[in-house]
Design a protein around this ligand. Structure first.
Ligand SMILES: Cc1ncc(COP(=O)(O)O)c(C=O)c1O
Length: 397
């Protein structure tokens, strides 16, 4: 038996990945898998991208860590580039999506506090949301499945129904410091927000003096098309959090904010040892440079059409097994109907077709491939899905 002292907090498949290349992963026996997960919507430019590897290596030979006691070029460049592309004024770097949301939660409260509004404490979030596993982000994650057994969670969090404008009207009052929302809910099964919901959120937040925070950790960085999801919805939040894809696989998170709200966090208010360290920032810069050079945004739109056309066809072929596909860009969810289990499809596709699929919440198959995925690769993945569906239908019949 292979020695394994890793904490058993993940339900890892019995596969040891040793290498990646583009949209493929290779295990320790040399088997090649087509990857429709991309490190959970992280490796947008594929695995082991040579130019990103070069940028990482060059930065690692130059400077790996300087701390935030000093300035350095990689963080400054990436912050400037993100500001230029987003229209936001300030960028705070951290190491993950949860940390970016923690920063946003702290910012919202401190912003109110600095404005003399010491009673404005509430963080409002949506049912079905996922904002991360640290205690603050978990308190904002309105899902019993993730919160159970971790009480007492930090106080001052309230929830409102996702995509319900009337409920939001009732929920936002002058005690709300911020409303945090995913433009596309990811972990709960790829559910896009309605444009009118996000527009109403913008209006209500402005009206009541609350900050509007978009958690684009999963749906940002070009996953649904534009680099920032807020552009798709044409709604401008006060704060955006990103992570996952920013450095194509290296750990990094970021909070983008306007100058107006940036006064919330001043020297000493918040920080992290590794946040914005040179190597992930150099990888982030390389990622942004490459995505422009290859016209990634256009490619996502084209591949999205292919993916959704195929998913709709498969859903029509297996009406007892699948519901309507949901999502935007290259973030798609295919709901699996009871009594079937999406996990069985994932296992079948991996073991029989060497295609890696993923189950998200609410018994949904999630598709979040590298954004460089080709039409041929999508077609291979869809054949694997059909074969898996066939096996389930046959085995149940
Ligand atoms: C929308 C959203 N927010 C936050 C997070 C947490 O990010 P991380 O796992 O990097 O802490 C995730 C992770 O899946 C996410 O999908």
């Amino acid at each position: 038996m292979i020695e394994n002292h890793l904490l058993q907090n993940y339900r890892s498949a019995p596969v040891t990945i040793v290498r990646g290349e583009g949209c493929y992963l290779f295990d320790d026996s040399g088997t090649r898998y087509l990857d429709m997960i991309g490190g959970i919507t992280v490796c947008v430019l594929g695995h082991a991208h040579p130019e990103i590897a070069d940028a990482i290596a060059q930065q690692a030979r130059t400077l790996v860590q300087a701390s935030n006691l000093f300035g350095h070029e990689p963080a400054r460049s990436l912050a400037n580039e993100l500001a230029r592309r987003s229209g936001f004024d300030r960028v705070f770097f951290c190491n993950s999506g949860a940390e970016a949301n923690e920063a946003a939660i702290k910012l919202a409260r401190k912003f109110a506090y600095r404005n003399g509004e010491t009673r404005r404490r509430t963080i409002l979030s949506c049912t079905g949301s996922f904002h991360g596993r640290t205690l603050g982000a978990l308190a904002a994650t309105a899902n019993e499945k993730y919160q159970e057994g971790f009480d007492p969670l930090p106080g001052g969090f309230r929830y409102t129904r996702f995509n319900d404008v009337d409920a939001l009207k009732k929920a936002i009052d002058d005690s709300v410091a911020a409303f945090i929302v995913e433009p596309v809910q990811g972990e709960s099964g790829i559910i896009p927000a309605k444009v009118e919901f996000l527009k109403a959120a913008r209006e209500l937040c402005t009206q009541h003096g609350a900050l509007l925070i978009f958690d684009e950790v999963q749906c940002g960085m070009g996953r649904i098309g534009p680099l920032f999801a807020f552009r798709h919805f044409d709604v401008r939040p006060d704060v955006v959090t990103i992570a996952k894809a920013l450095a194509n696989g290296l750990p990094i998170g970021a909070m983008l904010l306007t100058e107006r709200v940036a006064i919330g966090l001043q020297p000493g208010d918040h920080g992290t040892t590794f946040g914005g360290s040179p190597v992930p920032c150099a990888a982030g810069m390389a990622h942004l440079r490459i995505r422009d050079a290859i016209g990634l945004e256009r490619h996502v739109v084209e591949m999205s059409d292919v993916l959704f056309r195929e998913l709709r066809a498969i859903a029509d072929e297996f009406p007892d097994l699948f519901g309507e596909p949901r999502g935007l860009g290259l973030l798609a969810g295919l709901p699996v109907k009871e009594p079937h289990d999406a996990a069985a499809l994932v296992t079948f596709a991996r073991e029989n077709s060497r295609v890696l699929l993923n189950k998200a919440g609410n018994n949904t198959l999630r598709f979040g491939p590298p954004l460089i995925v080709t039409e041929e690769q999508l077609s291979v993945a869809m054949s694997a899905l059909r074969a898996a569906a066939q096996s389930l239908v046959v085995s149940v019949a």
